[in-house]
Design a binder for this molecule. Structure first.
Ligand SMILES: Cc1ncc(COP(=O)(O)O)c(C=O)c1O
Length: 390
């Protein structure tokens, strides 16, 4: 018998990948499946970005790069943050990594161990909880509520902080709910955090450019009061439709920078060099494709919410960001998991049970609208028929 660690047996997973696998299997058997389960844009990476990667390969960028990323890319990240958010960031604090997930992994490895507590959103991206459990720290959920548009409540976060709290994970705009935390609530949260200087903050802003209704993104980077303990997680996956390129970055405070760089050296050495040149072209090139993609998501968002509210037993608020709707499905009489299975197996519609994102996700389904309007309408018709006939 092989004896692996207790820690590795505590790792969770992302059920969206299991749903995708089952959907693919059903399709291979000849069934028609509309996939509203997947968390990635249905757009292709803009051509000028692809060309930049091809050119990098042709130009001979085939070797290792600096562990934290090529200098022009780190500078372009700092410049982009300045342009978008009005903040000054030293490019030396940017660590380029293979995807958004890696910054999360590093931050949780740095702070999580038995005896420590880490606060995370529930419902939230499942990897937060998985990694906290892996680290041996106590995972303390911050419940996000439908009545509050799934925004963080400063009071609810602050009342969960104890002397053992080491890290607070925030995510706005959010997966799986599309919730956006308003600036005044973040102001209150940051003010409250001044009383807890031992708490580091990991702000996952990977959907920071996917906001609707002319809302401006509020970044935790905009608060000097917490600058010395803030880790920003961002990347190219969602904004530039680059999930398969594996490219992300963290902005680390001085005190943690060496740790982050060492973790990079120990785990992956550096990110694929051609992908880094692609990331550079993405940041410095024309941003029209980003605006067009967000406009398409906005139009679909309205369709999806209208359609979901017409399904018996569903109730869905308007998400403010990302590309997910998170309808309340308690009126169907099914649990979230039962409904996920029923819709996939019987109606040919892939969704993800809210419980895949934490216990507070019971009674909800995650619907990704990274699919065509036509497919969204067809999926809604199938769901309506399934649930009317039930
Ligand atoms: C909230 C959130 N953070 C991070 C990630 C990870 O992004 P990446 O694919 O760049 O690792 C995702 C991907 O779904 C996400 O939804």
């Amino acid at each position: 018998m092989l004896k692996t660690t207790a820690a590795v047996s505590r790792l969770g997973t992302e059920s969206a990948f299991a749903v995708l696998a089952r959907a693919t299997q059903l399709e291979a058997e000849g069934r028609s499946v509309i996939n509203l389960g997947i968390g990635q844009p249905d757009f292709k990476t803009p051509p000028h970005i692809v060309e930049a990667a091809i050119k990098a390969l042709r130009d001979g960028h085939h070797g290792y790069t600096a562990a934290a990323g090529i200098a022009p890319l780190r500078a372009a990240v700092a410049e982009d943050l300045h342009k978008r958010l009005g903040v000054e960031v030293d490019p030396g604090r940017v660590v380029v990594v293979p995807g958004g997930k890696v910054t999360m992994f590093f931050a949780i490895l740095m702070f999580g161990e038995p005896g420590a507590e880490i606060l995370y959103p529930d419902p939230g991206f499942p990897i937060y909880r998985s990694l906290i459990d892996y680290s041996g720290a106590k995972a303390v959920p911050i419940p996000l509520e439908e009545e509050n548009g799934f925004a963080f409540s400063a009071v609810s976060v602050l009342e969960r902080i104890t002397p053992a709290t080491r890290l607070l994970i925030l995510n706005s705009p959010a997966n799986p709910t599309g919730g956006v935390t308003p600036r005044d609530e973040i102001d209150r949260l940051v003010a409250g955090l001044e009383a807890h200087p031992q708490v580091a903050i990991l702000s996952d802003e990977i959907y920071g450019q996917m906001l609707y209704d002319n809302q401006a993104h509020t970044s935790l980077l905009q608060y000097p009061a917490i600058a010395k303990r803030l880790i920003l997680l961002d990347g190219w996956s969602k904004t530039y439709a680059m999930t398969g390129w594996r490219l992300g970055y963290g902005v680390w405070p001085e005190a943690l920078l060496e740790n982050a760089t060492r973790l990079a050296v120990n785990s992956h050495s550096c990110v694929n060099a051609a992908a880094q040149f692609a990331g550079l072209a993405a940041l410095t090139g024309d941003q029209t494709p980003v605006r067009e993609m967000v406009a398409a998501f906005d139009a679909r968002r309205r369709v999806v919410v209208e359609e979901l509210n017409a399904i018996p037993g569903f109730r869905c608020g308007m998400p403010g960001g990302a590309f997910y709707a998170f309808p309340n499905i308690t009126g169907t009489g099914h649990s979230a998991k039962q409904l996920e299975i029923l819709l996939l197996e019987e109606a040919g519609v892939a969704t993800v049970a809210g419980t895949s994102f934490g216990d507070y996700g019971e009674g909800f389904l995650r619907i990704s609208y990274a699919n065509s309007t036509e497919n969204i309408r067809e999926a809604a018709a199938r769901m309506k028929q399934q649930l009317s006939g039930a």
